[in-house]
Design a protein around this ligand. Sequence first.
Ligand code: SF4
Length: 255
Amino acid sequence: MLSSLEALRPKKRLFLGLLLASEVFVALMLYVAWRISYLGLENIFEHLPAIFAAILILVSTFSFGALCNMVLAVKGLPTLKFFHRYSFAIIKFLFPLAVRIGKIFNIKRRQIEGSFVAVSNLIFMKSGIKVPAKKLLVLSPHCLQLSTCPHKITRDPNNCKRCGGCNVGDLMKLADEMGFTFFVATGGTLARQVVKKIRPQAVLAIACERDLMSGIQDVYPLPAVGVLNIRPNGPCNNTRVDMDEVRRVLAQIVA
Ligand code: SF4
């Protein structure tokens, strides 16, 4: 598994690099705002510029700290747990800016989202999380089901007849073999409801870059690992998943 993750190294660098560039940009903007407002602040109270400067330095240092923590986690080095909770908040805040910076270099949003998933997966793997199969929830999007399949599987995946027409049947077979819970979610809201109901110890989510990025952040602090779907027919239509990749990830995380 690690070797396949190592192959994703350039993708991870992309996300972390754009996040760092966004941090630097925000810090510069804060500095410019401070310089412009300096005299006005001083007129209100002579120590106000210093107080503002201290707050801005604190916020910037904290934000850089969270990013450094992510880099340490990717490198497999010890991290400060304190920063973990705030990392996703900082990512949410900086991501739109990272996308804009990426646009300047002709980097697509999907590439950045994919890079986030690669970073998040590596942090998951390096943290050595292992859960019993029955405490693992595997979530897949509805578009994995063959569009012409007449069976309604979104409320109960057991309605799948395992006919081999799509990967839903493969995942059901694997769930029967290994004992994890498998669910097909039509969207983020249903996925969150399932997580709340089943209360797993970890989630393996199959989805596109965008849904994985939001889903991994939504279920935090629950550890989640993502497997990208394959879209030979374009987005959201008869998508597939590499079952060997799913098996490799399961072998890593199931105790
Ligand atoms: S494997 Fe299941 S979901 Fe897929 S087409 Fe066959 S019956 Fe339908």
